[in-house]
Design a protein around this ligand. Structure first.
Ligand code: ZN
Length: 74
């Protein structure tokens, strides 16, 4: 469970990082983003859940995502 807490924290960090505009020449920042991404990709034993997203009275779609790292799957 500890491990999942770390992964959840990193997934929140990833969301924050993705909301930033990182200049091409900020190499260290880009490395941090890559590290976070790779860590989640390689360390998460995905726990995939399915959710239904309503986008209208009779419209919607199903998404599958990992509720630990929040990665979506098609
Ligand atoms: Zn995952």
């Amino acid at each position: 469970m500890d491990r999942n807490n770390r992964l959840c924290a990193l997934s929140r960090i990833k969301t924050i990082l993705e909301s930033l505009e990182i200049p091409e020449d900020d190499v260290e920042m880009r490395q941090i983003c890559d590290l976070v991404s790779n860590y989640l990709d390689t360390k998460c034993e995905h726990h995939i859940v399915t959710d239904y997203i309503d986008i209208g009275p009779d419209k919607g779609y199903t998404i599958r995502f990992c509720d630990v790292c929040m990665r979506t799957f098609s």
